[in-house]
Design a protein around this ligand. Structure first.
Ligand code: AHM
Ligand code: MG
Length: 342
């Protein structure tokens, strides 16, 4: 057996290699990579574990969604005596509870809450989360996801939370990722050192590394857009769609951002949600939908823009700010940009 020696707690080359190999449990992976964080004192590691734990609970709820609905219809209470909730509200409760108990997060921004939630603790991190994205797919057994962005709070821990702690730019993210509740459940995240994907093994109740150092193909042949809205797309987007058709690209649109993004990341493609007549600023939310996926995309070699600015550079003025979103394989996004999308 090969042995390696080192002083202090830094993982040896050998243990680091093992920790990055397929099948490594998420916990071990997080622990072995903790020294990559700028302020490594364990809190961010614990926060990632809290997210993983909450996602397992949500995964359980998602898997029995039909049964929950059935029980809700008759008694409006579940076996534990809780009132029945719609899954997106339930997911918000699960994540908020896990993060509040964990104590690493002082404030939570969520698609499900009008204002940010002050968790009244000394946590050093702020999280923006869409607990269950893909609302139109929740009740029909189609893939849905959780999206999260993690920031370090700027004001000192223990003092009142400031707007500057909350309204941070995407480029300030220290970690971000998503959970895809699909044919299998996956947790994909980055801490700014590449992207790693973990697949959930339900019988063991654990995530295992399945997609180490994910890279998005630079080119692709898939375009994902709700073409039903095409009449109100900006002219350059219509032109880009025509270009995709002329190239005989494949159209794939699930209507769940995480699922569409994940497929394009693995296979090469572009996801587009432009400004439309119904949503003149774009439909998707910058803080808890676009920023996280933009960070992941860039870390995987992809690109994300609103047509004018890099998503991660957009100033955040309000919690539920919307933006046009073009994300995916670098060359595909650049081609769309060259046509003047916005
Ligand atoms: P939601 O937060 O209400 O679920 O909306 C976000 C979702 C994305 O997951 C998806 O890509 C998009 O909205 C689909 O919108 P549309 O149905 O207009 O195509
Ligand atoms: Mg959403």
């Amino acid at each position: 057996m090969q042995r390696s020696f080192n002083n202090g707690n830094a993982p040896s080359i050998e243990s680091s290699r093992i920790a990055h190999s397929i099948g490594t449990a998420l916990d071990r992976f997080i622990k072995n990579n903790q020294d990559q964080f700028a302020y490594a004192s364990g809190e961010l590691s614990q926060l990632l574990r809290d997210i993983a734990l909450a996602s397992k609970v949500v995964n359980r709820e998602v898997n029995k969604a039909g049964l929950i609905d059935l029980m809700g219809a008759v008694g409006s209470q579940n076996l534990a005596g809780d009132d029945q909730q719609k899954l997106d509200v339930l997911a918000n409760i699960r994540f908020t509870r896990a993060l509040a108990k964990g104590g690493e997060v002082c404030a939570l921004i969520s698609e499900e809450s009008d204002t940010y939630v002050d968790l009244n603790n000394e946590g050093k991190y702020v999280i923006a989360i869409d607990p269950l994205d893909g609302s139109s797919n929740i009740d029909v057994n189609v893939s849905i996801g959780t999206i999260f962005s993690i920031y370090r709070r700027k004001s000192p821990a223990g003092t009142p939370i400031q707007p500057t702690d909350i309204l941070q730019k995407g480029s300030d993210q220290v970690a971000a990722g998503y959970v895809l509740y699909g044919s299998s459940t996956m947790l994909v995240y980055t801490t700014g050192h590449g992207v790693n994907g973990f697949t959930y093994e339900p019988t063991l109740g654990e995530y295992f590394l399945s997609h180490p150092q994910l890279k998005m193909p630079e080119d692709g042949k898939i375009y994902s857009i709700n073409e039903g809205l095409a009449n109100s797309f900006p002219a350059a987007v219509q032109e880009y769609i025509k270009y995709c058709k002329d190239c005989q690209y494949t159209a794939r649109y699930i209507g769940s951002l995480v699922a569409d993004f994940h497929r394009n990341m693995l296979k090469g493609g572009i996801y587009i949600y432009p400004a439309t007549a119904k949503s003149p600023q774009g439909k998707l939310r910058l803080m808890y939908e676009c920023n996280a996926l933009a960070f992941v995309a860039e870390q995987a070699g992809g690109r994300a823009t609103n047509g004018k600015d890099r998503i991660l550079d957009i100033e955040v003025k309000e919690l539920h700010q919307r933006t046009a979103f073009y994300v995916g394989s670098k060359n595909m996004v650049e081609k769309a940009e060259s046509l003047g999308i916005h």
